[in-house]
Design a protein around this ligand. Structure first.
Ligand code: NDP
Length: 627
């Protein structure tokens, strides 16, 4: 049946209008400035509640070949891949008390990863680890981080509970001087900045936020001493507490069921509802894992990420809510003639020549002439269908019709991180749980006693901020330290009018510094995939440098300018979609393309990885000036 003939049980025009209305309600002139930085009187929001004992050690004056900043997956992968090319003289500096990065900090009850663990956990074939379930949880992920650190003997080379305060390039020495809050001074020839894209918690800059006299914390620093329980839940100390949680993003969706089960009263303050699809977690079949052929993980993550980008694959190996959504968008798996959407996408990604594109298009139009529809319209209809299902799920699972209506997201599914959960929606059937829907406006005020919205003061004992992390702010502010390069120019100065890098990893004026994106490089749903690709790229460059005796590597002005141009041009591919989205960190809080170079690579991750692979294959470090 053609799309024109298909009877839709919704009115696409009415839905499009509703989406636009909901977006317009939420776009704010202040964009990222609506948030409060966690400094000064708010600095306690980023203190580490997970260390049992504060580390005591003397400051050190040291020299190594490579300093890696960040002990999350990115830093660990960098170290593991460096070891593979015979570079062992490195130090990893990490502000937390152990490895884990995001997973060290985000231990809130219910924390788990919604990307399949067989894809998400990097290096599974090297560590031999078997995740217990298709979708892992935070404790197991942290355990896996320890496993990687042990497998690659990283502990002896790590400095924990240590925050980098600055990195300064010393031209005469040809070294970076890395300074820390423990008065360390470490000289390094190369520095890898893997400080995490979502590492700095943010708070809403709401009137009265510092007035509240009760207890308060951010989800990424969960206070189990106050709530009781652990990452699996059982928050027994909340039995006599009235709790408010602000935010309903991917984090809140996972912890709200545990709060609802434990608190005397729970108020969930919502500005924009998340899209909540089916989770359907399953235990791992160890026999299945054991019988996978060597190279299976690379094949699986490539398959997953290809599907997520609309690239043709013969089968869907992961087969879950993510891939189903993308299959719906890009057409069913390899039909007789590729769908028009796919053809256009491959052409846009440079995967098809113009001639092949035209040939494929002709074939497609002949085969499916009756189905002809404007590409973006077809994708919009597929999205509407998917979101209608998501909205129907709210009606089916939430008893009170008004609450169910408030929990329905009215935007395209990938405007925000889609969520997958089977207990979140039913939590609103509990008598102790109240959804306070602010209809896109956000809270009005915080007082000594609680939260005010629409003239009602909700008195609570505790406010939990599930308000996410800084994304669009200054790089050094998010990293927590300044990077001062050649001629005393800081990275904040260099990037003040927009990002400028070569492949997202190098920036001219900052020799021997390596940035682990995602800006100007790949953005993947499986973030560890991108980090692993970064790490292999880094290891290649430093491997070549070691072999050829290069001690200094810097992007050439021409190569960097060309890359920035590419990023700007490719950003146009996603700009229209982003502009129609409800605000969030995916679209710079609704201020799309204010700086088009501040984007990830618009051609998608698979194309980006292929480009990097081609570049590495040449082996000549083209675009980098070496000495
Ligand atoms: P988000 O930025 O996604 O969500 C923040 C929430 O706070 C939003 O609901 C936002 O509303 C709300 N908010 C902000 N300001 C106000 C205000 N003034 N009044 C009321 N509400 C407000 O942060 P999360 O921590 O939820 O998630 C961050 C990212 O972490 C995810 O996108 C995902 O990438 C990752 N993550 C991944 C998981 C996984 O399974 N792999 C699980 C958890 C997180 P609004 O939407 O209107 O801006």
């Amino acid at each position: 049946m053609s799309l024109q003939e298909e009877t839709l049980n919704f009115d696409p025009d009415a839905l499009a209008k509703k989406y636009a209305l909901e977006r317009d309600k939420r776009v704010r002139a202040d964009g990222n400035d609506q948030y409060q930085e966690v400094v000064g009187e708010f600095a306690y929001f980023v203190e580490d509640p997970y260390i049992s004992e504060a580390l005591k050690r003397d400051s050190m004056d040291d020299e190594v070949e490579v300093v890696i900043i960040g002990g999350g997956f990115g830093g660990m992968l960098a170290a593991a891949r460096l070891r593979e090319v015979g570079i062992d003289d490195f130090r990893i500096i990490e502000k937390g008390g152990d490895f884990g990065g995001t997973w060290y900090w985000n231990r809130y009850p219910g924390a788990s990863c919604d990307i399949e663990s067989y894809v998400y956990f990097p290096l599974l074939e090297k560590t031999g680890f078997v995740p217990k379930q298709k979708y892992t949880n935070a404790p197991e992920t942290l355990e896996y981080c320890h496993k990687i650190a042990e497998t690659f003997s990283l502990y002896d080379q790590a400095l924990f509970q240590t925050e980098v305060t600055s990195t300064d390039w010393d031209e005469a020495l040809g070294r970076w001087i890395v300074s820390t809050n423990r008065q360390d001074s470490i000289k390094a020839r190369f520095v890898v900045h893997s400080n995490g894209p979502l590492n700095r918690p943010k708070l809403p800059a709401i009137k009265g936020i510092s007035q509240f006299k009760g207890h308060t914390f951010h989800t990424s620093r969960w206070d189990y001493a106050y709530t009781g329980g652990d990452a699996h839940g059982d928050l027994t100390k909340l039995a006599d507490k009235r709790v408010a949680i602000i935010g309903t993003g991917a984090t809140a969706v996972q912890c709200v069921p545990h709060l609802g089960a434990a608190a005397k009263a729970l108020y969930v303050f919502q500005r924009t509802p998340s899209s909540i699809d089916v989770r359907n977690n399953q235990p791992t079949d160890p026999d299945w894992m054991a019988t996978q052929a060597p190279g299976w993980q690379e094949k699986r993550r490539l398959n997953f990420e290809s599907l997520m980008t609309g690239i043709p694959v013969k089968e869907d190996l992961v087969s879950d809510g993510w891939t189903e959504a993308f299959r719906l968008l890009f057409g069913s798996l390899r039909s007789k003639a590729p769908s028009k959407a796919r053809l256009a996408l491959w052409a846009a990604q440079g995967l098809l020549s113009k001639a092949l594109y035209q040939k494929g298009m002709k074939q497609y139009l002949t085969d499916r002439a009756s189905e002809y529809m404007d590409l973006s319209k077809a994708m919009e209809i597929a999205d509407f269908k998917k979101m209608e299902k998501v909205r129907a799920r709210a009606d089916a699972m939430v008893e009170d019709p008004a609450t169910a209506e408030s929990l329905k997201p009215y935007y395209r599914q990938f405007c925000k991180r889609p969520c997958f959960h089977d207990e979140y929606l039913p939590t609103f059937n509990r008598p102790n749980v109240t959804l306070v829907d602010t209809d896109g406006r956000g809270l009005d005020q915080i007082t000594e006693r609680g939260i005010v919205f629409d003239g009602t003061e909700y008195e609570v004992d505790c406010i939990i901020f599930a308000t996410g992390f800084e994304v669009g702010t200054d790089y050094a502010r998010r990293a927590g330290y300044q990077i001062t390069g050649r001629d005393g120019v800081s990275i904040s100065e260099k990037w003040s009018t927009g990002l400028s890098t070569f492949h997202g990893m190098h920036s001219r004026g900052f020799p021997n510094a390596f940035f682990f994106g995602p800006a100007q490089s790949a953005f993947t749903a499986t973030y560890t995939y991108s980090l692993d690709e970064n790490s292999q790229h880094l290891a290649h460059i430093l491997g070549v440098a070691q072999e050829k005796g290069y001690t200094r590597i810097e992007a050439s002005a021409a190569a960097e300018a060309a890359w920035v141009k590419t990023i700007i041009e490719k950003a146009r591919l996603t700009a229209d979609f982003q502009a129609q989205c409800t605000p969030g960190y995916y679209n710079n809080e609704g201020h799309v393309n204010v700086n088009p170079q501040n984007n990830t690579y618009g051609g998608g991750p698979i194309e980006f990885f292929a480009l990097m692979k081609q570049w590495r294959k040449k082996g000549n470090l083209a675009g980098l000036e070496v000495a």
